[in-house]
Ligand binder design. Structure first.
Ligand code: FAD
Length: 576
């Protein structure tokens, strides 16, 4: 077996908004540094930043403020966010959007007076979601990609990171990866590493994230013994397209701006049901709307494919066709008329609020390892506001890019990898070639169903325990399932196996964290504990893989800026 070795100063895992921003900021901070960006897919074509539809939350316009954006984030997150991280997110978003336009070359939609247009997004007290039509991510990622191409930044595309490799003394030496094209292993030694593989809850029957995301980064962090926070917090977007099992378009998201603009949700009996659940109707937060849809589904008041309808026609088909061109085209491809008719939708797993515990400077517990984007945790608490996701990845990616050069200046040098760990990791990655038979696709289907049915929109103890038992069985069968020995180059079955392993490992953590949280907050709803619990004594869950097994503990939230029941807004009436 060949092992190619490479040395770089700063290694960035992931080429989404977080990874690419980090690369640009590192280069700006110190152009002499050797930077390597790794992505499982092709640069600019992979990850979820490209898929961002709605837009980017930023408090820019008169009447809005950073404080207002902060309060929306904290209240939307049900008082679980790490307040320093949330503050850093909302305050730095302003300079980041200006950077995106003035340095990176993005151009967002404008008001007639030339200011940036902010669209309405659910759960927010101000229309602050900056956008480029309804396909904002393509603008952001294309411009970022061009900027990265224009600089001497090494790109390892179609490379899959599989393990952090320590030195013998336990310090971080680098990362082992698989070159997907050749199937060979490559070890990249680095002085600092950024984890930015973008989370992505693709273990649910209906999900939105890109296919290259399978929670690899969090599975690596878990195995490295790093603490993970808020792992029970999986965000379901209420309006995933539901076009039957025969199209992969099922599960893909129809953006929040549709509800923000005044779209109606109707059940199979054509009743506009959101009024039965929340005063904010369709503009309630994602968790509330997802649960309402799920309740209608459980009550059997469904559409032909088993979901509910979204209706936009009352806003004027021409207006809808103009403002939501991307969504209208997508629906037409699946036989639906979004502008004038009805489209079937279902809640779909969209975003992962959980992730690696980090500071506002993106540092983790492991010196030299930094984390940004959807792999990081704490910014959103129990619920991410639509528009705060891409703000999060670009804000903290940029911060990581500022911080890492300083860190390596203070802690210079590469550390030799522990060769025994490298050997063990080869064995782990090659495990499926030592087995024969089994049905990988059937196992994947079981995972999708178990997570959707037992660890999904509505949870309870019995269901979570059933889910954990199912996950244990899936993992055991996976370890007995083989991949045909017909070469490792572009062996996508091998990568499906590895994807499934990461997904199953992280799924167990989600289920155990969900079992630990005996209340209902934001995205996490327990029908056996439907109350939110005392906000003043709010705790977040911490999961850590220890020698004895998975440990889940709870730690109190520190209300460093504002306490439950208080607001930072001067005008309290406006806050209500
Ligand atoms: C359909 C959709 C619409 C969305 N719309 C919005 C929106 O309107 N507003 C908003 O704020 N947020 C939105 N989001 C969320 C937002 O896209 C993400 O939160 C954000 O883009 C994540 O950025 P990231 O850099 O962390 O990860 P990503 O952009 O997902 O990038 C992850 C990168 O990691 C790479 N990677 C994964 N695994 C490995 C591995 N093992 N080794 C090496 N590389 C790896 C991937 O190939 C990719 O390059 C949306 C998400 C989806 C799915």
């Amino acid at each position: 077996m060949t092992l190619e070795r490479l040395e770089t100063d700063i290694l960035i895992l992931g080429a989404g908004g977080a990874g690419l921003f980090a690369a640009l900021h590192v280069h700006k901070a110190n152009p002499d540094l050797d930077i390597t960006v790794v992505s499982k897919g092709l640069l600019g074509k992979c990850g979820c930043t490209r898929m961002v539809q709605g837009g980017y939350n930023v408090a820019l316009n008169p009447g809005d403020s950073v404080v207002r954006h902060f309060m929306d984030t904290i209240e939307g997150g049900k008082w679980l966010p790490h307040q320093e991280l949330a503050w850093t997110l909302v305050s730095t978003a302003i300079e980041r959007v200006q950077e995106l336009e003035n340095e990176i070359g993005c151009f967002f939609d404008r008001n007639p007076d030339g200011t940036l247009h902010g669209k309405a997004f659910a759960g927010q007290s101000f229309d602050r979601t900056v956008h480029k039509g309804d396909l904002t991510g393509i603008e952001i990622i294309n411009r970022l990609m061009e900027q990265v191409w224009a600089r001497p930044i090494r790109r390892l595309e179609e490379h899959r990171a599989v393990a952090f490799i320590p030195a013998k003394d336990g310090t971080l030496a680098g990362v082992l990866m698989i070159d997907v094209r050749s199937g060979e292993f490559r070890f990249v030694a680095a002085q600092a590493v950024l984890l930015a593989t973008g989370g992505g809850p693709t273990m649910y029957r209906y999900h939105t994230p890109s296919g290259d995301k399978s929670m690899d980064g969090l599975a690596m962090a878990l195995r490295a013994g790093l603490p993970l926070r808020d792992m029970e917090m999986v965000q379901f977007h209420p309006t995933g397209l539901l076009a039957g099992p025969d199209t992969r378009m099922t599960g893909t998201v129809l953006e929040e701006g549709l509800r923000g603009a005044g779209g109606h949700l109707l059940n199979g009996a054509m009743h506009r049901f959101m009024g039965d659940y929340d005063d904010k109707l369709e503009r309630a937060t994602r968790d509330v709307v997802s649960r309402a849809i799920y309740a209608e589904m459980r009550a059997g008041r469904t559409t032909p494919h088993g979901g509910v309808y979204i209706k936009m026609g009352h806003l004027g088909p021409a207006k809808v066709a103009k403002e939501f061109k991307g969504m209208v085209d997508r629906c037409r491809d699946c036989g639906f008329d979004l502008a004038g008719g009805l489209v079937e939708v279902v809640p779909t797993a969209h975003y992962f609020m959980g992730g690696v515990i980090c500071g506002a400077d993106t540092s983790t517990e492991w010196p030299g390892l930094f984390v940004a984007g959807e792999d990081a945790s704490g910014m959103h608490g129990a619920n991410r506001l639509g528009g705060n996701g891409v703000a999060n990845s670009t804000v903290f990616g940029g911060i990581a890019g500022d911080v890492m050069p300083r860190w390596i200046a203070a802690n210079p040098g590469h550390r030799p990898p522990d060769e025994a760990v490298l050997e063990a990791e080869f064995g782990r990655a090659l495990h499926p070639f030592t087995r024969r038979g089994g049905d990988l696709n059937r196992l994947r289907e079981r995972l999708l169903d178990s997570m959707w049915d037992e660890v999904g929109v509505v949870r309870d103890r019995a269901g979570l325990e059933r889910g954990i038992a199912a996950l244990d069985a899936i993992e055991a069968e996976l370890m007995m399932t083989g991949v045909a020995e017909d070469g490792r180059a572009f062996n996508l079955t091998w990568h499906d196996w590895l994807n499934l392993r990461s997904l199953t490992e992280v799924s167990r953590v989600i289920a155990f964290a969900a079992l630990k949280r005996e209340n209902s907050r934001g995205a996490h709803f327990r029908s056996d504990f439907p109350e939110p619990g005392d906000l003043a004594t709010s705790c977040f869950t911490v999961a850590r893989q220890a020698a004895a097994g998975l440990e889940i503990s709870e730690q109190p939230v520190e209300f460093t800026h504002v306490k439950p029941g208080e607001t930072l807004l001067q005008d309290k009436a406006a806050a209500e």
